[in-house]
Design a protein around this ligand. Structure first.
Ligand code: 9Z3
Length: 320
């Protein structure tokens, strides 16, 4: 089991963590005063370096879509959101246009009047305009995003490596501890189970001339254990369990609940992760599905997950 001191000894504190810790603490205290619940969402994969002057690393498939979409639904439900996400993974609101080349969404038009943006050497003036059909739904989305920005209810915090993730999660747990049971942890990031300790990593790029590569990796300490037991014992904690084999996913989720004794495991299977999840608690199992019809109308399964968890969080607060 890992505690703060052990983790700090195993993973040197990356730069920037202290500053992010202050931002998270200020954010949490502000929203506590406003009477708002706060959810910490972790999102995206982690990068595990194989060399200290890193050229190669081990990564995973997570796009951050689950976390980004869930953040929007938590904001709609009145939560303040700390969005702890992998650098360049999908981001709330903008993820809808993630596959777009922005240059295709913009066009240059001759500019009239005084608010010209760029004067070309020829003396003609042009301004940039959005091509609406390339970015459908942009206006309401932008309005929504700007409202969230004005309300100050979304705090993005970035990580890149496994070590940054671990330190920032620890700092977030400290930041949220004054909120007691009105804090929620929604741990959707796909965190590596394996890493190479700094002391065992080659400094320079591994040479292919040395032949086939064999590496031995250590187990990453299970953060859920100290999180539930020591760092946020009053909070409402949700972990995710991903499997590729549907026959084992429920058992594995129940095992995690038994081991860590937190509130909910959201189980999902790689092939169906956008249309089916199973919410497991100590005494319940709830299947949530997204039908083809719902998907074709732009509905997302995260809306159902967040509605369900919001209700469970209310019951949890009232019970405690
Ligand atoms: C999940 O299961 C998430 O739902 C996904 C979302 C990563 C599948 P995307 O980011 O995907 O929308 O592309 N997250 C947790 C996965 C995980 O690694 N869980 C660990 C495990 O299963 C426990 S914390 O052992």
């Amino acid at each position: 089991m890992a505690d703060c001191q052990q983790l700090k000894a195993q993973f040197a504190t990356p730069s920037g963590v202290e500053e992010a810790a202050h931002r998270m603490a200020d954010f949490a205290m502000h929203h506590k005063r406003e009477g708002r619940r706060v959810v910490l969402i972790t999102s995206g994969g982690t990068k595990v370096p194989l060399e200290s002057r890193t050229v190669r690393f081990l990564d995973n498939f997570s796009s951050g879509r689950r976390g980004a979409t869930s953040a929007e639904h938590f904001l709609d439900a009145g939560y303040a959101v700390i969005f702890l996400h992998r650098h360049r993974s999908l981001f709330p609101f903008s993820h809808r246009y993630a596959s777009l080349n922005w240059l295709d969404a913009l066009q240059l038009v001759p500019s009239e009047g005084p608010r010209q943006e760029e004067e070309l050497p020829s003396g003609s003036c042009l301004r940039v305009e959005v091509v609406p059909k390339v970015v459908p739904g942009l206006v309401p989305l932008l309005q929504h995003y700007q409202l969230v920005k004005e309300a100050g209810t979304l705090l993005p915090v970035e990580f890149n490596t496994l070590s940054e993730y671990l330190h920032l999660l620890m700092a977030a747990a400290q930041a949220l501890s004054p909120l007691g049971n009105s804090a929620m942890f929604y741990l959707a990031a796909a965190v590596s189970d394996f890493y190479i300790p700094a002391s065992e990593m080659p400094e320079h790029k591994i040479q292919s001339s040395s032949g086939p590569l064999q590496i031995t990796m250590k187990m990453v300490p299970k953060m859920l254990s100290p999180l539930v037991r020591d760092w946020a014992p009053q909070a409402f904690i949700i972990s995710f369990k991903l499997e590729t084999d549907p026959t084992i996913v429920i058992d594995r989720a129940r095992q995690a609940l038994g081991t860590y004794r937190h509130q909910v495991v959201v189980a999902n299977i790689l092939d169906t992760l956008r249309t089916h999840v199973i919410l497991i608690t100590q005494n319940s199992k709830t299947d949530l599905y997204l039908s083809e019809e719902e998907a074709s109308c732009g509905k997302e399964i995260e809306e159902k997950i967040v509605n369900d968890l919001n209700a469970r969080h209310t019951a949890f607060i009232n019970q405690n």
